[in-house]
Design a protein around this ligand. Structure first.
Ligand code: CA
Length: 259
């Protein structure tokens, strides 16, 4: 199979030879210098990189093929990054997305609208940081793929059902709309019900890189997760606070209901 490569000079996509066993990354970015910078550094790490220079080609390439990662600019001519993210997420196969945003005020949109990006970097970003996040996302994806079959089976905790393959969850048979991070958090807890996690530990395992001083990120994600899966988030049945330590997923008290 070949991979699409954008040629800025002819403004055309040509099809290059695809190498076997290489991670394939799509970079959707309209600023040529930034796209090139990212491409060079990713190529240095031996990834196969394709660039889409606007929203339309980005959307087409993102949904037409399978990618190991999509680096997606938020502001694009044509179709914006939010729409592309939404359409990629509507696909049954899960593709990690790293969002590029221009202003920290846009973070609110990315997070607030809960469009389901796996992570984000704010421009101007350091290339080293971007590469660290790319590696972290790919490492996590690989760990999921390499997981034994038992780790890929749906987990049930009382009324909560979590499917690691489709990355979906439902409570009492009703689907819950979770962002990528909320799902990762929930899955992480569900793998070890009853185990207490410190916030720093959760940052490390779920976000995958040093996020010093961002422990409130964990709190706000936990709160959003609770508002989605708990009947009463002020009095949670599943994800409970262990004061002075962190959080755990508790197996709810038996209510006498059949599971
Ligand atoms: Ca842009």
């Amino acid at each position: 199979m070949n991979i699409p490569v954008y040629n800025y000079r002819d403004k055309k996509i040509f099809w290059g030879k695809r190498r076997v066993n290489k991670h394939r990354i799509l970079v959707v970015e309209d600023e040529r210098d930034i796209a090139e910078l990212i491409r060079l550094h990713l190529a240095d790490l031996d990834y196969d990189v394709s660039i889409a220079p606007d929203g339309h080609s980005g959307l087409r390439l993102a949904t037409m093929q399978r990618w190991d990662l999509i680096v997606l600019d938020l502001r694009l001519p044509g179709v914006d990054g939010l729409e592309i993210c939404r359409q990629v997420r509507a696909n049954s196969e899960y593709t990690p997305i790293l969002m590029l945003t221009s202003k920290s005020s846009e973070l609110d949109r990315v997070l607030g609208l809960e469009i389901g990006a796996d992570d984000y970097v704010t421009k101007p970003f350091s290339v080293l940081e971007l590469m660290a996040r790319v590696k972290a996302i790919l490492r996590r994806a690989k760990a999921t793929e390499a997981a034994p079959a038992s780790d890929r089976e749906p987990l049930r905790i009382n009324q909560l059902l979590i499917d690691p393959i489709t990355r979906s969850a439902d409570v009492a048979g009703k689907p819950v709309d979770l962002t990528a991070k909320e799902f990762d958090l929930l899955l992480h807890f569900a793998k070890n019900p009853g185990r207490v996690y410190r916030r720093a530990e959760l940052l490390d395992s779920v976000w995958g890189y040093g996020h010093d001083g961002y422990e409130h990120t964990v709190n706000s994600h936990i709160n959003r997760l609770r508002s989605k899966i708990e009947e009463d988030s002020a009095n949670p049945d599943y994800i409970v606070t262990v004061w002075g330590v962190g959080y755990k997923l508790q197996v709810p008290r038996t209510t006498g209901q059949a599971l």
